[in-house]
Design a protein. Structure first.
Length: 105
């Protein structure tokens, strides 16, 4: 059994690699958002906890939606996705190196 786990870790298959990347992206997103919100709210102890403890996003999600001073609300999420439209992305991708970004409408 031990050699199976060691072999799976040292020589992952494509599906194992994909699963790892999905878990990594999930955790990175929630950890980054929790870091940002805790720093913005001056929650230093939470910031340190997120830095030390890795819970694959579970502690971060609990903080963001339930435990923080400024809980994330559904309206904030809707506003974020409404403001992030394809025109802004196209402008961002079409800018040439060395040019300044213009403020999007």
């Amino acid at each position: 059994m031990d050699s199976f786990l060691i072999n799976a870790f040292l020589h992952p298959t494509g599906s194992q690699t994909l699963l790892f990347l999905l878990i990594f992206a999930w955790s990175l997103f929630w950890k980054g958002l929790a870091f940002w919100r805790s720093a913005k709210s001056d929650d230093n102890l939470w910031f340190i906890a997120f830095l030390i403890v890795n819970t694959f996003g579970l502690l971060e999600i609990a903080y963001i939606f339930y435990l923080s001073k400024n809980k994330l609300k559904a309206e904030e999420i809707k506003t974020f996705f409404n403001n992030f439209n394809s025109n802004k992305l196209k402008k961002l991708l079409s800018t040439k190196k060395g040019t300044k970004l213009k403020k999007a409408d």
